[in-house]
Design a protein around this ligand. Structure first.
Ligand SMILES: [Ca+2]
Length: 380
């Protein structure tokens, strides 16, 4: 009996140690907002759980319904900032111009893991105009391609951004969208995400430097949220009107026509977590070598974060199989490559060449990646 009790004690101690190690290893370099996340009373932490292997298994072919796409004439629109969709019921997309930008926080508030600043070249691509909504997610689930039907916590499905989705879940969605449209849909790379979020700006926020202006442009933790969760004690100073998620498009778009890049829900990107940008690609591709690939980068901040966490350069990362009520995503679609030019011939202008190609893209769908069987990250 003593031996059994001792064994139980050993297991309890080991579990506690594992928990400590897990939490410690999940932390990324801190800023004040993240510190505040860790200081939340336990009961007020947002739901954050790990998806089981069964939930994340690839769907059986027999359970899938045929994919049907009613094509939309004139899609894709190749002019920068044009808005279009591939099928009548697939996400609206906005064409992002090619170009280059300085990635990372350019102001004094920058953190070590947002540096070193580097110039990144980005090819034209299309970005989801909105975060993926529950309507769009539930289509995928009904078709038998997305295995989970995430809880909306009573905040509303419809045009609210889907929440409680893991990075692995998001891979199922983009694979389904690729199959449905015959095009290449995927998650944005971290560089594409920041390029699109900046939309040509170089300030801490696309709207400038003002924290106080946040409520005019984005859904963050505001007085509405504080009224619902008074135990979340960090300072709030404006009203954006939404205690939890807001229907997508409730706030003004950024200069390139994208909604809710800042706030509402954290958005998964394709990239593995690296503790800074040393050695990061400069061609806009996903950084999926080295680093901690059991964790994937998410961006933009969410409804539960202090406005400072919505800085455009702000980075965070969580377990690829972790989910929570502030985790969503938006999609990217590859665009056809511009036609080849003879060597030495330069385009007439410095604008990106978005001429229609000779043939349409035949890119394969993104494969659903194997489930990453790793411990969940610590709660935000
Ligand atoms: Ca809010």
């Amino acid at each position: 009996m003593f031996r059994a009790a001792a064994a139980r004690s050993v297991i309890a101690v080991a579990s506690a140690l594992l928990l400590v190690v897990s939490v410690a290893s999940a932390q990324v370099p801190d800023d004040a907002s993240r510190e505040l996340k860790h200081q939340r009373p336990a009961a007020e932490k947002p739901t954050k759980k790990k998806r089981s292997k069964t939930d994340t298994a690839k769907p059986a072919e027999a359970t899938r319904k045929p994919v049907v796409c009613t094509p939309i004439e004139g899609s894709p629109g190749l002019e920068p900032m044009s808005v279009w969709r591939d099928c009548a019921d697939t996400p609206e997309m906005v064409t992002m111009p090619g170009g280059s930008f300085l990635m990372g926080e350019l102001g004094e508030t920058g953190l070590l893991y947002e540096r070193p600043i580097r110039e990144v070249q980005i090819k034209p691509f299309a970005m989801g105009r909105y975060e993926v909504t529950f309507i769009e997610w539930d289509d995928c689930h009904a078709a038998g391609f997305c295995m989970t039907r995430p809880d909306d916590k009573g905040w509303g499905r419809g045009f609210h951004p889907v929440i409680n989705v893991t990075w692995v879940d998001a891979q199922q969605y983009v694979a389904w969208l690729s199959r449905k449209t015959g095009q290449s849909y995927r998650l944005p790379t971290e560089a594409e995400w920041e390029y699109a979020a900046r939309a040509g700006t170089t300030s801490s926020f696309p709207w400038g430097e003002s924290l106080a202006a946040t409520c005019d442009y984005a859904n963050a933790f505001d007085i509405s949220g504080h009224n619902e969760r008074p135990n979340w004690f960090w300072s709030v100073f404006c009203v954006d009107g939404y205690a939890y998620t807001a229907p997508v498009g409730s706030f003004p778009p950024n200069p390139w026509g994208l909604y809710d890049m800042q706030g509402n829900v954290w958005e998964w990107t394709q990239d593995c977590w690296h503790s800074d940008y040393t050695g990061a690609p400069t061609d806009g591709s996903a950084w999926i070598s080295g680093g901690e690939c059991e964790k994937r980068v998410n961006r933009g901040g969410g409804w539960g974060n202090h406005p400072r966490t919505l800085r455009v350069a702000k980075r965070d990362a969580d377990s690829a199989t972790g989910y929570g009520d502030a985790f969503g995503f938006r999609v990217v679609r590859d665009l056809p490559a511009p036609p080849d030019r003879p060597p030495g011939e330069r385009p007439a202008t410095t604008e990106p060449d978005l001429s229609p190609p000779a043939t349409t893209s035949t890119s394969e769908s993104s494969p659903v990646q194997d489930v990453l069987d790793t411990p969940p990250a610590a709660g935000p």
